[in-house]
Design a protein around this ligand. Sequence first.
Ligand code: DGJ
Length: 733
Amino acid sequence: MKIPVFGLLSLLFLQTYGLSFQVTPIVIESKQLAIVLQVDGEGHVGIVHFGDKLQNQDEYGKIWSQSLHNDNNDGIQNNAYTPSGTWNLVEPALTILHADGSMATDLVYKSYRKIANDNKSIDYVVSLEDPVYKTKVDLHYLVYPDQDVIEQWAEISNLIESQITLQKYASANLYLTGTSYYLRHYHGIWAQEMKPEVEELTAGIKTLDSKLGTRANLFQPPSFILGIGAVPSEDEGQVLLANLEWTGNFKIDFEKDTYDNLRLIAGISPHASAYQLNKGENFKTPALVYAYSNHGIGLASRNLHHWARKYKVFDGMGTRLTLLNNWEATYFDFNEEKLKSLFSGAKKLGVDMFLLDDGWFANKYPRNSDHSGLGDWQENKKKLPNGIPFLVKEAEKAGVKFGIWVEPEMVNPKSELYEQHPDWVIRIEDRPEVYYRNQLVLDLSNPEVQDFVFGVMDTLFSKNPSLAFIKWDCNAVIFNAHSDYLESVGKPQSHLYVDYVNGWYKVLDRVREKYPKVPMMLCSGGGGRADYKALSYFTEFWLSDNTDPIERVFIQWENSQFFPSIVSDNHITDWSKLRLKFRTDVAMMGKMGYDIVVDHLSEDELKFSQQTLKKYDELKPLIWYGDQYRLMNPWENPLASISYVSPDQTKAIMFNYAVSNRFDWTYTLKPIQLKGLAPQKTYSVKEINIFPGSRAVIDEKQRYSGEFLMKVGINPQVSQNRSSVVLEINEIK
Ligand code: DGJ
C-alpha cells in the first residue's frame, strides 16, 4: 500500500496539486469492526484496515507504517473505490465513458463528514472527485452501532459534463488484508434453493452473479459469508456476512491479489447495463449490507436479524398472520363452494387467514393452468360468479381473514393484456419469443406499466377494503431484454435491467404509501427474489415451493443465516408423507402456515394441529424476536438443532429434527449444548407439540442451571420414533 505523506512538505505537495489533505485516518467503527481509510500522497483513498477494532483510536494512524509495500503500484489495490482508465489495472469499482469519449477516471479525496441519525445510525460520507472531469463520488458507510451492521453504497454525480455513461458502478469496494479466505456461497434452481458451497479463494477472481433480470436469485442469491483466515464456523473466527440490497442483476467479485489480500467489489451487474447520466444527474447504487463478527456466523446472523427487524423488513417488529393457502390443496381447480369449505377448514384449524392462490382471474383465456390468463385481473366468472368481494365476506363470515395471490408484473401471451398491449411486454418484435413458465415479463421501466401494476393492486384494495394479505409472485426471468418504451423516449436499451427494478420499487412505494398496513409475502416461485431491499416492502417471503420437511430443514437453516425467522414463511403441506408432527415442528420455526385440505386430516391430526397453533400463538414472540442459536448443523450430523432465546434469557425454545433415514435407533446419544442462556438462572425443560396418544419423554419436573444446559446440554432423545422434538425452556424462580 502507498505510504501516506505527513507534515508540511506533504501539505505543500498536495496543495500544489490542488488536493485536499486528510492526515489522520478516517475511522469507521461499529461494535467489533473498524474500517480505516487513509489518504495517500496522491490523494487516493486506501483501506489500510478492515477487521477488529482497536481500543485506542490514536493507534489507527500507525497502521500504514507497518506495511512495507512501497513499490510504485502496490498501493492501488487497496483503493476504497477503484476507478479505471488511469493508474488502475485491477478490477474497478467504477468505469465511466466521458462526454469526450475518454474512458479515464481518477478519484481523489475531497472531504469527509459524519452524519448522526437520531442515535440509530451514523453515516460516514467520504467525498471523492475526478480532478479532470469533476465527476463526484460520495462513498457512504452507514453504521448501525447497536446492531453492529453496516450498509455501504456510492452516489455518483455528473456535475459538469453534458453526458457520461456509467459502465460499471459498484456499491462497495472493500479490501481485506490476510492470508486465506473462505467463501460460503449458494446456488440452486426451483425447489432446490440455497444449496451452500464453501471454497477457499485462490489467486484471481471468483464471481457471484445473476443476469436473469427478474427472479434474479433463481440460480444464485446475492448473499454470502466470507471466512477470514478459516472456514466460516458457527461460533469462532472472523466472518463477514453480507447481502446486496438489489432485486435484479448483481455481480460480486472476490479478487485475491499477489500479496494474499482480498478485494471485494459488489454491486449491480454491469452486464448490458451501461447507464447514462446527464449533466446534474446522479446515480445512487443499492447498498451492500454486512455484519462482521469475530465470533463466527452465529453472532453475525443475530446482529443482522436485529437490524433487519428493527430497520429494514417491512413491519419487522410487528405481528404476522397464520394462514391456510389453497395452492397445493386445489391448484387451479376450485369454485366458490370448494373455497367456502376451505374457509371453514381454516377456521376449524385455528389459523388467522385464508389465502387464495393462483387461478382466480381471466375470462377470455381463463386461468385454468399456467398457460393462459396472466395479466387479465378480472375474476373468472365461471369459477367465481360473485367475485372476490363475495369471497372476502364469506371468509369473514366463517371467522377468518382473506388474502389473495397476484403476479402483476407478468403476462401470458395467451391473454387479453398481451393482445391489447404488446408494446408493454419485454420482447423483441422480430425474434422468437422465449418463455419461462409460459409467460413474459411486463416492462416496468414504462411509467404506464407501473400505473397498470399499481392499478391491479389499487382496484383489489378499493373493491375489497378488508383484504388482509397479498402474496406477490414473480415466476419468470427476462429473455430478449428489449423495451419499446425506452426506445420511444430515446433512452438506451442498456437502462432496462436497472430501470425495471427501480420501476418495481416505484410501484411498491406507491402501494406502501397507500396501503401501509397490509402484510405482503414476497414470492418468486420460492425464494427467487429475497434481498433486503425487497424485504423493505414485504413482511415475509416464501423460501421455496419445496415443502418436504427434510429439505425444508436445510433451506430454512441456510436462510436463517441471513434472515430472521419472522420473515420465513413455512407451510405444512402434503408434499411429503412424513408425519404431520414432523412437518408441523419444522414449519413452527418461522411464520407458520398450512396448505392442506383440513377435512382430510384425521381426528388426531386435527386435534394436534389445533393445539399446536394455540401453542404457537403463545410462543411466536419468542420465535420471531428471540435470539437465534444454531446448535447442531444438519450438514454434519444426522439431525438439526436450533433455538431461540428471549432477550431477557427467561425463555427459550429448542427445535430438533432428524434429517437422515439411515438406520439408527437414536440420533442423540449425547446431549446438545444450548447457547445464550443465563448460567446462574434455573430452568425447566418441557416437551411440547406432543401428538395425541404419545407421551413426553423429557422429565419436565427436572431443574437445570443455565450453566448445565450450556456446558453439558440436554438430550432431546431424537430417535426414529421421535424424529422431531420441540422443547420449551422456562426460567423457574
Ligand atoms: C409459484 C409459487 O411459489 C407457488 O406457491 C404458487 O403461488 C404458484 N406460483 C402459483 O402459480
